[in-house]
Design a protein around this ligand. Structure first.
Ligand SMILES: Nc1ncnc2c1ncn2[C@@H]1O[C@H](COP(=O)(O)OP(=O)(O)OP(=O)(O)O)[C@@H](O)[C@H]1O
Length: 254
């Protein structure tokens, strides 16, 4: 069973005033089949964690380890991480002008699966996945994220998740900007992938409403660059009622 292990992870970004430490000792273990929700105040470092795991060059790991099934993830290039089974659905998906959704997905699937999917079965696979996510088939011929609405971008991220079937899925605020129907559709997509029991999910969110659709096994509070409390789903309810004040008090302004 695939296991992602994050051990005492420290990450910095370069700022005008020099390097700033954003992650200050993150410890987390995510196993295939488990769903972990990460909640925390703005600017606490949640997206930094997501990008660092995916290998964004802007972030420098200054300490700690990340392994997937014992393999050193931090040593891997971005594409190697994807091939190893790490998937990131970004908070702000980027436009890729000139590349159609259909080409993009096939190229990504080829890279991750190690061989090009057979065209006929692939076309069917994409069509069915798009239908499940209630996406207009015309999207397949549009350029990646170009002119997509916020909700359409998020559906496209989940479409990738469904087709690429990673071992570890990191979903960074996949619920933001979704209307109620889209939230349900997107959550159903995540649950389908989860239902396989083959993916470990790290769900970064601000709102408990998505957790009503996607029931997490574990909830973690992220504050000042690390996980400061962990619990079960009841922790999300507590956060909704009490906010984050108790976790940020006395910390650096972030
Ligand atoms: N290039 C950069 N230069 C300066 N500061 C940066 C840079 N990149 C990230 N930061 C800072 O790192 C901190 C953590 O940002 P991050 O986006 O990880 O937080 P977050 O918890 O995901 O926030 P939110 O909930 O608002 O999305 C913020 O204070 C942010 O301003």
């Amino acid at each position: 069973m695939a296991t992602l292990e994050i051990n005492d992870l420290h990450v910095s970004v370069e700022t005008e005033g020099g390097p700033a430490e954003i992650l200050r000792g993150v410890n987390l273990t995510v196993k295939q089949g488990e769903t972990h929700a990460i909640m925390g105040p703005n600017g606490s470092g949640k997206s930094t964690l997501a990008y660092s795991l995916a290998g964004h060059p802007k972030y420098t790991v200054t300490g700690g380890t990340v392994t997937l099934d014992g393999e050193d993830v931090l040593e891997m290039a971005v594409d190697e991480r994807a091939r190893a089974g790490v998937f990131l659905a970004m908070q702000y998906p980027v436009e890729v002008p000139g590349v159609s959704v259909s080409n993009f997905l096939r190229t990504a699937a080829t890279a991750v699966r190690g061989e090009a999917p057979k065209l006929r079965t692939w076309v069917k696979e994409v069509k069915e996945a798009m239908a499940r996510l209630e996406m207009d088939p015309a999207f397949a011929e549009r350029n990646v994220n170009e002119g997509f609405s916020g909700g359409e971008k998020k559906r496209h991220e989940i479409l990738q998740l469904e087709l690429l079937r990673p071992k570890i899925a990191i979903l960074d605020e996949t619920d933001s900007g979704l209307d109620i129907d889209a939230l349900r559709t997107v959550s159903e997509g995540v649950n389908r992938v989860r239902g396989s029991g083959e993916v470990g999910t790290l769900l970064i969110t601000h709102y408990t409403r998505i957790l009503r659709y996607i029931n997490p096994d574990h909830v973690h509070v992220f504050a000042r660059g690390r996980i400061v409390e962990s619990g079960g789903p009841e922790l999300a309810e507590k956060l909704e009622a009490e906010g984050y004040e108790q976790y940020v008090k006395g910390g650096a302004a972030e």
